[in-house]
Design a protein around this ligand. Structure first.
Ligand SMILES: [Zn+2]
Ligand SMILES: [Zn+2]
Length: 376
């Protein structure tokens, strides 16, 4: 095992430090998923916590997208804590540690090849956060159940699922809102039936109903508000797993960002920037809009649907959402088991054990042999 070099002092960006100290021992309190409260990691003292902004009634902020793309500086504030960033040389994920010790291995792939990462100072800071709700104990129980339904999984998967380190990570997401005013045109198809006569195989004259389509031009207008179109900014977690553990209830349960939520947890730095994410979000909205317009076309079917959409009031947020992650290697590949840290939804990748499949096939053949023997 390679021991990573110590982090240079320059990585430890010092920003305004918003401490939330323990009343008993003065250490920094951390968010506990199990207790849904701030807990002192040293003496266990619990402090009630509704979020720093809950009392002041600070709403979840949406930022103007056009303005932010022109002038990203408006999106920067400080994290309210001391940050250390490391980049994994193997999977390239960038992890942020807030007021806490840097992990010795990459949380995403387990590689020890991590190096200090220089923040260019241009990163957009998170505006809001979905705090952890499901504790590591609950997740282990859910993963055990999940494992029992995996046929022909190698024992290594079971060991990893039950004993390997569960990493609690906040993943970066972008959310986009927009008011859209769309005009559409299409040809609406109406079915009608005609009676055709034909000769059957024995030469008798028969009739049958044949479906035809009458095409009529149609047009319409659709107005819609897109609320929180989610685009992941993560590169450390495999995308298809992430999509499988969604949704995260961002429309109802987000809290304004506060360093207390992330202290002691790993935060992944986004790798898909705002401009790229905005383009992806726009494509998602366009696709949904197309489906909505299609459902407005009268008749039984349609063709040549064209949508002209005007997007107004586009806003975005950079948010953090909680996941639990187990990553393990089998052969040369890294496999991940991912759980939604808010809903407990699990998705995992798994190798197949060819030894187990071979033994099961062998057992089936033996049973078949015995059955055939007694049937004689
Ligand atoms: Zn304490
Ligand atoms: Zn990695």
């Amino acid at each position: 095992m390679v021991t990573p070099p110590p982090l240079p002092e320059s990585v430890q960006h010092s920003t305004a430090i918003g401490k939330h100290p323990c009343a008993e021992c003065g250490a920094n309190l951390e968010w506990s998923a199990r207790k849904q409260a701030l807990v002192c990691p040293y003496c266990g003292t619990t402090a009630p916590w509704q979020g720093a902004h809950a009392q002041t009634g600070d709403a979840i902020a949406e930022l103007d997208l056009e303005r932010a793309l022109r002038d990203p500086a408006i999106t920067r504030k400080n994290w309210g804590a001391e940050l250390k960033e490391v980049k994994c040389q193997s999977c390239h994920a960038v992890s942020v540690f807030v007021d806490s010790r840097v992990a010795q291995r990459c949380d995403f792939c387990g590689s020890p090849a991590i190096v200090a990462h220089e923040d260019q100072g241009d990163a957009i800071t998170p505006q809001s956060i979905l705090p952890f709700k499901i504790s590591d104990g609950q997740i282990r129980d859910l993963i055990k159940k999940w494992y029992r339904t995996r046929w022909f999984a190698p024992n290594r998967l079971k060991t990893a699922a039950l004993t390997d380190t569960l990493h609690g990570i906040y993943l970066p997401y972008w959310t986009f809102d927009a008011h859209v005013d769309a005009h559409w045109r299409a040809e609406a198809g109406h079915y009608y039936y005609v009676t055709e006569s034909y000769r059957d195989s024995s030469g008798h004259s028969q009739t049958r109903q044949v479906q035809k389509v009458r095409w009529v031009p149609a047009s319409g207008r659709l107005r819609h508000f897109f609320d929180d179109e989610l685009v992941p900014g993560s590169s450390g977690v495999h995308q298809q797993l992430l999509r499988a553990v969604e949704p995260f209830p961002t429309q109802t349960d987000l809290k304004p960002y506060s360093p207390e939520y992330v202290r002691g947890w790993t935060v992944e730095r986004y790798q898909i920037g705002l401009a790229d994410a905005a383009a992806l979000g726009r494509r998602q909205m366009d696709s949904k809009l197309h489906t909505m317009c299609a459902s407005q076309v009268p008749g039984d079917t349609y063709r040549n649907l064209q949508v002209h959409a005007d997007y107004q009031g586009r806003t975005f947020k950079h948010i953090l959402v909680p996941v639990w992650l187990v990553s393990y290697t089998y052969g040369r590949k890294t496999f991940q088991i991912l759980a939604n840290g808010y809903t407990g939804q699990i998705a995992g990748e798994r190798p197949y054990s060819w030894v187990k499949i071979f033994l099961a096939s062998l057992a089936a053949l033996i049973v078949l042999g015995i059955v055939l023997y007694f049937m004689q």
